[in-house]
Design a protein around this ligand. Structure first.
Ligand SMILES: Cc1cc2nc3c(=O)[nH]c(=O)nc-3n(C[C@H](O)[C@H](O)[C@H](O)COP(=O)(O)OP(=O)(O)OC[C@H]3O[C@@H](n4cnc5c(N)ncnc54)[C@H](O)[C@@H]3O)c2cc1C
Length: 238
């Protein structure tokens, strides 16, 4: 099994880094190949722009999706995108490792998604969810929070962690056809003692050993919505 860990934390001694190391060690111990995309260490540029492309489809008007499709067809993706996309395509399991920032992803990870999940390779007009281009791959989020566990839940202050992660689970991973495993969440990380944090690392090790036994998160199927075009028709005037 090939695993890609996409890791988004600026501090090499962070707890997120410790979780990443647990994953690398555990998966190696299980005989898996592991590649880490350490976004801060790589200085990954997270902002979509013309520099994403060596080719140019329309110099008059910049349409990201159409430029992505054109670049894919003509070998025109910028080298950093091409490298990350190749890693994504080679992965059987994708782990996204990050701290919860403002109820969501650190911007560098959102930017990695914006730039690397290119149109035409990651999804097409009708190749989404159960027909998605990345079906057969599994994905799992490993996220840390500052808020305590009891502040997350359907009736709790911060809402349910699955609701906060829904744009990622459903809008990116499930949308592109991946089987989405339940997230591994470490709550209240900065405010716990070292012993409690070490238990979290041990629990993550155990979780990684039981990936095959996890029940994936439910995802919608496009055939439940007959007649609905996921992305509509091609935009006009292109
Ligand atoms: C911009 C921003 C927005 C945020 N938004 C939210 C939000 O919306 N909701 C929310 O709940 N929280 C939020 N937070 C808090 C954030 O989610 C937590 O601070 C973060 O998840 C903690 O993880 P970390 O890796 O950064 O911890 P760190 O601060 O790096 O580490 C925590 C502690 O663990 C220790 N540690 C490191 N390695 C180990 C190890 N191997 N064993 C034991 N201990 C170790 C560190 O020394 C440190 O004492 C936000 C924070 C920021 C900066």
């Amino acid at each position: 099994m090939n695993t890609l860990i996409v890791y988004a934390h600026p501090e090499p001694r962070s707890f997120n880094a410790a979780l990443r190391e647990v994953a690398v060690d555990t998966l190696h111990g299980m005989g898996h190949a592991v590649v880490v995309s350490d976004l801060y260490a790589m200085g990954f540029a997270p902002v979509v722009g013309r520099a994403d492309f060596l080719t140019q489809h329309n110099p008059e008007r910049f349409n990201v999706s159409l430029e992505q499709r054109h670049a894919v067809a003509h070998g025109g993706l910028a080298p950093d995108i091409a490298r990350e996309l190749a890693r994504l395509q080679a992965a059987d399991l994708v782990i996204l490792q990050f701290p919860l920032w403002w109820f969501g992803l650190p911007a560098i990870l959102k930017g990695w998604i914006d730039r690397v999940f290119v149109s035409g390779v990651s999804y097409g007009r009708s190749t989404v969810f159960e027909n998605g281009k990345f079906r057969g791959k599994r994905a799992m989020v490993c996220v840390t929070t500052g808020g305590p566990a009891q502040s997350f839940g359907p009736d709790a202050l911060n809402g349910d962690i699955l609701d906060l992660l829904m744009p990622l689970h459903r809008g990116v991973l499930g949308f592109t056809g991946m089987t989405v495993l339940p997230p591994f969440t470490c709550f209240h990380v900065p405010y716990e003692g070292d012993a409690a944090r070490r238990q979290m690392l041990q629990a993550y090790r155990s979780r990684l050993g039981e990936l095959d036994r996890l029940t994936p998160l439910p995802m919608p199927r496009t055939d439940q919505y007959p007649g609905l075009l996921v992305h509509g028709q091609r935009p006009c005037a292109q």
